[in-house]
Design a protein around this ligand. Sequence first.
Ligand code: ATP
Length: 228
Amino acid sequence: MLQVTDLHTFYGTSQALFGMSMTVGAGEVVTLLGRNGMGKTTTVRSIMGLTPPRSGTVMFEGAVITGLPSFKVAQAGLGLVPEGRQIFGNLTVRENLIATARPGPWDLTAVHAMFPRLRERGGNMGNQLSGGEQQMLAIGRALMTNPRLLILDEATEGLAPLIRQEIWHCLSGLKAAGQSILLIDKNIEPMLRLADRHYLIEKGRVVWSGTSPELEALPELRQRYLGV
Ligand code: ATP
């Protein structure tokens, strides 16, 4: 479904990706793992057209989408829950949800069923929400675009344990429904449970990839590259 090949991405003259390659298959949940600053967010930004790669290709469902503007990438079927949520603080919750909506099974009713809180807070401004509510809104907003691949960058960061659990529960529901997901997070245990495959990134390239059971069997790898 998603095929990323040999990406080299720069911020000005500073290179962040050095031949990053990875794939996500239909219905798969795949993670990008690695310590801070190793290039996980940059990989997502390269895929989404936010920081286009200098070389390499991004293919989605057979079409080359490398370097397309991000609204085109979204139209192609990729939905991003960005690091830091980036919801519209000056729009209401409902307006945030419908701002980028596209036709499909995920509409207001479906998102409200998944996050009843968002219905209750529908008339509140985005900047009046708690961190957990903002994160639900960011996920709901991405789902409203009816993405065939959902990408989440640090979706549980800075959240209280209970809300974190709720997000993981929601993601496993999405997986059970067949949603393809690319995930970045610092919490390795829930990712081991949820994900099919993992890519370990160091200095802008993949240094290991494998399944959850394979990663679980390699504590020294986790220690070395993740510090857990
Ligand atoms: P984190 O968990 O901290 O977000 P990450 O693995 O997502 O880490 P990236 O954010 O992709 O890492 O960063 C990769 C490299 O690119 C780092 O060296 C970082 O300092 C650099 N970098 C990231 N964003 C920028 C930017 N806007 N301008 C310049 N350099 C950047």
